[in-house]
Design a protein around this ligand. Structure first.
Ligand SMILES: NC(=O)C1=CN([C@@H]2O[C@H](COP(=O)(O)OP(=O)(O)OC[C@H]3O[C@@H](n4cnc5c(N)ncnc54)[C@H](O)[C@@H]3O)[C@@H](O)[C@H]2O)C=CC1
Ligand SMILES: NCC(=O)COP(=O)(O)O
Length: 347
């Protein structure tokens, strides 16, 4: 017996000078070999046509008026929800005129997910500086999506960035801030709040019944018992103790340099790291093509490939779609779609 048809995913095009269009088109072109969950692509059809021509792709595209139409045409046509704003197609070239369309795609995909018409949002990478220069006041998708959800629902959400792949799941507790600001932004309360969201959503959304959380220290050797910095003992340890008191399986602070080798990784389900690169370097080094960026703490599901705009290879046909496909697959799994293999077997 098959259940109701799952609602489509809403995929945003991201920065048009980057590889967002390339990897989405490549994933769709390869769907016979690696089946995809149904999605609608929020993009400028003219920009897509130009990128397809540049890539030598001849895919059947259908402009759809609503995301619901994606389900009926996905097998034969790439469903595109046209943006009202234009994207100028020029690989590698940042153009300030593109920002409104890039943001429109994120806004509309989020609205579709909040309204229940899309089962999840999958974002392609944005060029953060290009958007900052155009007046975008959020560090990245993670915080912007939380703001959009807060505005729509009238309450605040604390977004948490999770990078998850076959070898490692990890969370940067502080995200896109200068390294010099990390010690002052890092507080016991921030670590506790992050740990609670991670523990809850690893269980409720990622299917790990009793997640084991490992917290990295901030300083070398996790501060060497206070001899190499104080934050490990004064900020991180009290947070870990509080989480343990709440029944969460938490350990740390652990020396960060020895918590990512295979035996160490076997002892936890998710590493909570104190700053961006402490988390993203091991995640991308271990599985660049399979790791997915997923935002926890929101009332919607959002995933993304782990990589950036890769604008140096946009339009060349060399961008690998694997992390993007993994992001589609994770979003579908989190949204409760039948596994693609199961769906194929039931068909
Ligand atoms: N979720 C998002 O919106 C993200 C956006 N970014 C943005 O991306 C821009 C560029 O960031 P970078 O640090 O240069 O990282 P990047 O991931 O764009 O590129 C790093 C290296 O990996 C290669 N690469 C990336 N994706 C690839 C793919 N799919 N196939 C083959 N090779 C690939 C690139 O060619 C480059 O050599 C920045 O503006 C940054 O803000 C970065 C990460 C995530
Ligand atoms: N380095 C990760 C990254 O830039 C992703 O940011 P976001 O746009 O997902 O917030």
């Amino acid at each position: 017996m098959t259940g109701p048809e799952p609602r489509p995913l809403a995929v945003t095009v991201g920065e048009p000078s980057g590889v967002g269009a390339d990897i989405t088109l490549a994933a769709y072109a390869g769907r016979a070999h690696r089946p995809l969950p149904v999605f609608a692509f929020l993009a400028d059809p003219a920009m897509l046509a130009a990128r397809m021509a540049r890539l030598g792709l001849t895919l059947a595209v259908r402009e759809v008026a609503s995301i619901e139409e994606a389900s009926s045409c996905f097998a034969s046509h790439l469903p595109v929800l046209p943006l009202a704003n234009r994207h100028h197609e020029a690989p590698g070239l940042i153009d300030a005129r593109n920002a409104p369309a890039t943001i429109e795609a994120i806004d509309r995909a989020t609205q579709l997910a909040l309204a229940g018409a899309a089962s999840a949002v999958v974002t392609n990478p944005i060029d953060k500086k290009a958007l900052y220069d155009a007046g975008f006041r959020h560090p990245g998708h993670t915080e912007y999506l939380a703001d959009l959800c807060a505005t729509a629902l009238g309450r605040d959400f604390m977004p948490v960035m999770l990078l998850t792949g076959p070898a490692l799941s990890c969370v940067p507790v502080t995200i896109h801030i200068p390294i010099a600001d990390v010690p002052s932004v890092l507080t016991t309360a921030l670590i506790i709040d992050t740990g609670r969201i991670v523990a809850r959503e690893m269980r409720t959304r990622l299917g790990i019944p009793a997640p084991r959380l490992a917290f990295a220290g901030l300083n070398p050797h996790a501060g060497e018992r206070g001899a190499i910095g104080q934050e490990d003992e004064t900020i991180i340890r009290p947070a870990v103790e509080q989480l343990r008191a709440e029944g969460i399986d938490a350990v740390g602070p652990l020396p960060a340099d020895t918590m990512f080798h295979p035996e160490a990784r076997a002892r936890y389900d998710v590493a909570l790291c104190m700053y961006h690169d402490q988390a993203l370097i091991p995640a991308k080094t271990l599985a660049f093509d399979e790791t997915v960026n997923c935002t926890l703490g929101l009332p919607i599901i959002r995933t993304s490939p782990d990589h950036g705009t890769a604008s140096g290879i946009a339009g060349t046909g060399t961008a690998r779609p694997d992390s993007f496909i993994a992001a589609l697959e994770l979003a579908a799994r989190m949204a409760g779609h039948a596994a693609l293999g199961d769906a194929a077997a039931a068909a």
